[in-house]
Design a binder for this molecule. Structure first.
Ligand code: NAD
Length: 479
């Protein structure tokens, strides 16, 4: 007999409560021995005065239970509070976001055939949301990528491929442009892939890779990628598969995981009984597999596929000729429950694999680091923004420890040899290299003092380093 397990649930915002009720009804009908502890998270908690959107008690519940089934939460766009989804993923160390997606044409409407899994890094990248406004015109976001974070997600992708009998892992980055951040991810992919000779490993640039996800997804198997790219291509994948309302995802960490639909709270259709509950239901199926309750996962998946292949579809899936009956959330739920214990006629239910994914990490070796220069960023909006005026003024402040020979604006060289066509914003980068010999942090501080005392507004210092004797900062365009 399967032992009863307790999980945390949150009904979320928008369509969240409707699709959670549907999912819980289906779980109950399957007979799975689960107990639920419900917590409140999201907009209502925030509006109730808790600016984090989640209470201490809720954290305690989430940490007590191994699995958390979460309906979508509304995150304000532009301003307002930080994404609670991101906070939960990062606070709990749920480093891998796993999004499997399989289509069953012609029985279930989809634009293309696919059987793909996106393994998305879940804690780093631009998704960390570290942003600063520095001048009237310029705002910066920090793209932070770590070696262990990259290695862990890449290893996870290969281990996943091994456990689930997948043939190929495709890494997607933009390392032709971001040579250091994405470049490191790609480099680690090449190194780790050598430990899995039985699995094909390839790399695609994310832009053409995204196009491939849309046009020929049948050619892709497991994709491993950085946080933001993974977020975007997951929605492309889900849409090509028929609807964003179909796919679920697992956010996996050490000994704990959170499961959800890949879509958001869909406020445009909330409360109308038209939302497709399959995304969250798919999340619940992944959760049951994770909890070692695969018999129940299989039973629910089979019943859901029965309803879908018989043409019982919510509006988002509707397709003339395939859909036999267009239904609402409640009717779809009842249709799945009626089919509990049945097998689909045309579709094969996925084989289960109860093995856990576990692996070791390589030992991090400390690199040697040498300070080889400094970039000072200025807010400067004088002299009609002529780079030559700025260059001439700064040259007088350089001192004997440094040589100064480069100004860039928005990453492109504007001095010396500026071109009148290049637009200059009010944010400038001045690059200082050692005139001869070594420089120290104190030399940089003295330089900054001279520049500040001359009336310039330094908004940021970025030290330039060599690591293990290799240049570890980007060159400017045109440098
Ligand atoms: P969304 O995914 O909520 O909706 C996009 C479109 O898909 C809408 O037209 C919606 O009606 C439709 N849709 C989504 N789910 C559906 C379903 N189950 N059935 C039928 N149609 C469905 O994306 P959005 O509108 O950009 O975001 C709304 C809110 O959700 C935002 O606040 C966003 O931050 C949040 N969000 C939360 C999560 C999460 O909780 N994990 C994920 C993504 C977005």
């Amino acid at each position: 007999m399967t032992e009863t397990q307790t999980i945390t649930i949150a009904k979320g915002d928008g369509i969240g409560p409707e699709i959670m009720d549907s999912t819980l009804e289906i779980l109950k009908a399957s007979g799975v021995p689960l107990k639920y502890e419900e917590i409140e998270v999201g907009k209502q908690v925030y509006l109730g005065g808790n600016t984090t959107g989640i209470s201490e008690d809720a954290w305690a519940t989430i940490r007590r239970n191994k699995a958390f089934l979460k309906a979508p939460i509304t995150t304000p766009q532009g301003g307002g509070y930080k994404s609670l989804n991101v906070t939960i993923r990062k606070t709990l160390g749920l480093y891998a976001n796993v999004r499997p997606c399989k289509t069953f044409r012609p029985f279930i409407p989809a634009f293309n055939d696919m059987d793909m899994v996106i393994v998305r890094e879940n804690e780093e990248d631009l998704y960390a949301g570290i942003e600063y406004q520095q001048t009237s015109e310029a705002i910066e976001a920090v793209k932070l990528i770590s070696k262990p974070g990259s290695e862990r997600i890449i290893r996870y992708a290969f281990e996943y491929a091994k456990v689930y009998g997948r043939k190929k892992v495709t890494c997607m980055t933009k390392d032709n442009i971001m040579k250091h951040t994405d470049g490191m991810f790609h480099r680690i992919f090449k190194i780790v892939s050598k430990e899995y000779p039985e699995i094909e490993a390839e790399h695609r640039i994310i832009d053409i890779g995204s196009a491939n996800v849309a046009s020929n997804p049948e050619d892709l198997d497991v994709i491993v990628t950085l946080n933001l790219y993974g977020d975007i291509i997951s929605d492309i994948m889900a849409q090509v598969a028929g609807s964003v309302g179909l796919s679920g995802s697992a956010n996996v960490g050490q000994g704990r995981a959170m499961f959800e639909a890949i879509h958001g709270s869909a406020p445009d259709i909330a409360g109308k009984d038209i939302a497709n509950p399959c995304g969250l239901l798919h999340g619940a199926i992944l959760m049951l597999d994770y909890l070692g309750m695969s018999d129940y996962a299989r039973k629910i998946e089979a019943a859901t596929l029965c309803a879908l292949e018989e043409g019982i579809h919510t509006g988002d899936l509707f397709q003339e000729g395939i859909t036999k009956r267009k239904v609402g959330t409640k009717e779809f739920t009842a249709a799945v429950i009626r089919r509990m214990g049945k097998e689909p006629k045309n579709i094969k239910v996925r084989k289960r694999n109860a093995k856990e994914i576990s692996f070791g990490m390589s030992k991090q070796v400390k690199s040697s680091k040498e300070l080889v220069g400094a970039d000072l960023f200025l807010d400067w909006d004088e002299s009609k923004r002529q780079a030559s005026v700025l260059g001439d003024s700064i040259l007088k402040l350089t001192g004997d420890k440094f040589s100064f020979g480069l100004i860039t604006n928005r990453g492109v060289k504007v001095w010396p040899g500026d071109m009148p066509e290049t637009y200059a914003s009010d944010q400038w980068r001045l690059r200082f290299m050692p005139s001869n010999g070594k420089i120290t942090n104190s030399d940089v501080i003295e330089l900054m003092t001279r520049v500040t005392e001359a009336g310039f507004d330094i908004i940021k210092l970025e030290n330039l380093y060599d690591f293990d004797g290799e240049r570890a900062y980007s060159l400017a365009q045109g440098e």
